[in-house]
Each structure stands twice: as structure tokens, then as C-alpha cells.
Write a protein that binds this ligand. Structure first.
Ligand code: GUN
Ligand code: ZN
Length: 431
């Protein structure tokens, strides 16, 4: 693409080389660090004292001293068409879908509306330090074009797909098994692997697809190497009971997806609250990921995610905002709510684990950790710059911290978009 464009940033660098749950030395920290970017990729990451001397004369150097430089956040589950129904009062999942979600998604039949929301959505992700997300569009193919186009112009790495939904939904949002399959296939051909964009086969959830559509979705996932599959699983108890009625032959909700070939590498399911250990073990064994969406789970009163059990059984887990049932685009806010959800389940989330989940852990859950998630050489240079003194309270509380771990915890408990000073995509400032 280009010749050797080299830039550098200087600041306090924090990133992960591995999962801190398995490796006590996974966190790498340079109090005064430098990140050297060549052609959008990490060339080197290390102490300023060493790297500044290596910079070719005239290299543009952005000075973020006093700020934290972290890998861009990874939001492993979010709905861009629900941007405008965030904070809609008063329902649990199935009523919330009928009352707010489906009417909002109907408007995406209009490509101009889709383009406007997609642009706002991508800007909002970046404003919050999120550089990669796994995104639901609507049932309308043009809604997928809109979000990929918005991500492409911002050079973001994005996973997205057209919602498949051929029953138990309003007529105005219903596709058919055949049309949904053909449209998904055309979208894969148009977008998958173009620039940094990746396609996800997206059956909304088991109740809104016929067995015929579920079968075709599994086939699409199997027949297109590198393509993702995303859906919802065991979020709400009423939903779980409904799935048991619709699929009486399945042992569990998870088994419905398994019967249709929808588990495996690059499959990611949001929520995963009402599972048993057989399900969790099956997810681990097949490499299927969970997206933990705490703000959504609290907002819809869905339940409490069991991170400890998922970890013990070796399931891949990422964090998701699940906007618009989720109440914030901020992964800092999402980490803070994750901490509280786990407190209610007598589990404790360390700041180190939370920041890992939001960066390298999220990338690992999506099988993207060979490209994003930390600052090892060769990775795509997506990063966010956090200001620990962004608000008077943050400044005051941060000043009283003795350790990096304490400062990270304060940032995740008190921080939000105000703490995001800048976000860089492929090395370049995005805002
Ligand atoms: N289950 C099926 N569709 C949805 C959705 O749009 N949001 C959430 N939170 N759960 C779902
Ligand atoms: Zn969702």
C-alpha cells in the first residue's frame, strides 16, 4: 500500500502478552514507553530510553506522557441498529424486542437511515476507545453494506452480518430461509476479507429461525472458511422455556445450535446465562466463544454470568456492550458492571483480568488475536489513549493510588468516554 511510513507515540504503555489467569507475567508495562508504528502495524514496543534513540530522524512522535496507551478495546457483541433505542424503559427481553427493537430495526429498510446510524455508531465506538466489534445489522442486506462502509472509511476491523429471521417476528422484518441464505452469501462475497472487514452469519436466536433457516445458516458457516457465526444464547428464562417448546428434541438450548452445525471456531454467542456445565464444556470443546454482556444483563434483568465456571471449563470469553439492551458504548463502563455482576455471584474480577477481557481476551474469543489485541510486532496498530485525570474525581482518586493495578481499577470503575483522550486506528488518530 504505502512505503515505510513510520510514526511513534510515547506514554505509559499497558498491554498483555498472554492471559493473566494462566501467566503471572502476562501484563507488560512501560511507565515511559514508546510504540513505533510502521505502515499501520506495530514495529516495536518498549521503554522510551531504548526506543527513542532508534527512531529515524524526523519521525513524527506524539507525546502522550501522563496518559495510558492500551490496545483498542474489542466489543464482542453489539447491535448498531439499536443505537437509537438505548435506554428504553421497563421490559424484559421478549417484550423489549417487540416494543422497542423491532420497530427501530424496521427503519433500516431505508439505506439512508442505515448509513446515518452506521456512521454515528462507528464514531461512537472510536470515541469510546473501541476499535473492533462484532456487530449485528438488521434483516436488510443494505444495513450490512452501511455498517461495513462506515467501518471501511474509518479503517476499522469489524465483524458484522445480516440478521436471519424467518419466523416469530413482525412481517416487516421477516426473510425466508432461501432469501436469507442467498443474501448472506452475496454479502460474504462482497465484504468478507475486504480491507479489515469480516462477515458473520447471524441467526438472531433460535426462536426466530425455522429449522430450515437454522440448517442453511450452519451450512453457510461451514462452507465459508474464516467466516464467523454470531447469535444469542440462554439470556432470559422465558426465552429458554420458549426454545424448549420450539425444539423439544434438543437436550438444551445450546444443543439446538449444535444440531444445526453452528458451534465451533469463530462462533460467538451473547449472554450464556442459563447454561449447565455440559453446555459450557461443549462450548469449550468446540472452541465456541461466549460474550459476557453485563450492562445488558442488568438492564433487562436477565441474570448473572458465571465467569468463573466458564474459565474453569476453558471457554473463550469476551466482553460485549450489547447496545441497545446494553446501556453504554463504553468498555470501561462495561468492565465496571462486569465487576458488580461478578460480586453478586461471589466472584471477583481483578482490573488486570478486566482489561485483558476488553483487549487481548476479546481478540482471542474472536480468533483475531493474531492480528489485534496487543502490541507485539506485526499486529495492527489499534490503540486507545486514556487520561487518568480526565475528571476531577478521577484525578483525585488516581493521585491516591500506589500501584498500576489500583490505577487501572479506578479507571474502569470511574472512567467512561471522558477518559478516552484519543483512539488510533492502524496507527493514525481516529478522532
Ligand atoms: N435476543 C434476540 N435478539 C436480541 C437482541 O436484539 N438483543 C438482546 N439483548 N437479546 C436478543
Ligand atoms: Zn444482542
Amino acid at each position: 500500500m504505502t512505503g515505510n511510513r513510520i510514526t511513534a507515540v510515547r506514554g505509559e504503555i499497558v498491554h498483555f502478552l498472554a492471559d493473566p489467569a494462566h501467566d503471572g507475567r502476562a501484563l507488560e508495562h512501560f511507565a515511559d514507553g514508546v510504540l513505533i508504528v510502521r505502515d499501520g502495524h506495530i514495529a516495536e514496543c518498549g521503554p522510551a530510553a531504548e526506543l527513542l534513540a532508534k527512531l529515524p530522524p524526523g519521525t513524527p512522535l506524539t507525546d502522550y506522557r501522563g496518559k495510558l496507551i492500551l490496545p483498542g478495546f474489542v466489543d464482542s457483541h453489539v447491535h448498531y441498529p439499536q443505537t437509537d433505542i438505548i435506554a428504553s424503559h421497563g421490559e424484559q427481553l421478549l417484550e423489549w424486542l417487540e416494543k422497542y427493537t423491532f420497530p427501530a430495526e424496521r427503519r433500516f429498510a431505508d439505506p439512508a437511515h442505515a448509513a446515518e446510524v452506521a456512521g454515528f455508531f462507528c464514531d461512537e465506538l472510536l470515541r469510546n476507545g473501541t476499535t473492533t466489534a462484532a456487530v449485528f445489522a438488521t434483516v436488510h442486506p443494505a444495513s450490512v453494506d452501511a455498517v461495513f462502509e462506515a467501518a471501511r472509511t474509518r479503517r476499522m476491523r469489524l465483524v458484522a452480518g445480516k440478521v436471519l429471521m424467518d419466523r416469530n417476528c413482525p412481517d416487516f422484518l421477516r426473510d425466508s430461509a432461501e432469501a436469507g441464505h442467498a443474501e448472506s452469501r452475496a454479502l460474504i462475497e462482497r465484504w468478507h476479507g475486504r480491507d479489515r472487514l469480516l462477515y458473520a452469519v447471524t441467526p438472531r436466536f433460535a426462536p426466530t429461525s425455522t429449522p430450515a433457516q437454522m440448517r442453511l445458516a450452519g451450512r453457510l458457516f461451514a462452507e465459508h472458511p474464516g467466516v464467523f457465526l454470531q447469535s444469542h444464547l440462554a439470556e432470559n428464562r422465558g426465552e429458554v422455556a420458549w426454545v424448549a417448546q420450539l425444539y423439544p428434541e434438543a437436550r438444551s438450548y445450546l444443543e439446538v445450535y449444535e444440531r444445526f452445525g453452528q458451534l465451533g471456531v469463530r462462533a460467538v454467542f451473547a449472554h450464556c446465562l442459563w447454561l449447565d456445565d455440559t453446555d459450557r464444556q461443549r462450548m469449550a470443546d468446540t472452541g465456541t466463544a461466549m460474550s459476557f454482556c453485563p450492562t445488558s444483563n442488568l438492564f433487562l434483568g436477565s441474570g448473572l454470568f458465571d465467569l468463573r465456571r466458564a474459565r474453569e471449563l476453558g471457554v473463550r470469553v469476551g466482553l460485549g456492550t450489547d447496545v441497545g439492551a446494553g446501556t453504554s458504548f463504553s468498555m470501561l463502563r462495561t468492565m465496571s458492571e462486569a465487576y458488580k455482576v461478578l460480586q453478586l455471584g461471589r466472584q471477583s474480577l481483578s482490573a488486570v483480568s478486566a482489561f485483558h477481557l476488553a483487549t487481548l481476551g476479546g481478540a482471542h474469543s474472536l480468533y483475531l488475536d493474531d492480528r489485534i489485541g496487543n502490541f507485539t510486532p506485526g499486529k495492527e496498530a489499534d490503540f486507545t489513549v486514556l487520561d487518568p485525570r480526565a475528571t476531577p474525581l478521577l484525578a483525585r482518586r488516581s493521585a491516591a493510588c500506589a500501584t498500576l493495578e489500583e490505577r487501572l481499577f479506578v479507571l474502569m470503575m470511574l472512567g467512561d468516554d471522558r477518559a478516552v483522550l484519543a483512539t488510533h486506528v492502524m496507527g493514525e488518530p481516529a478522532r
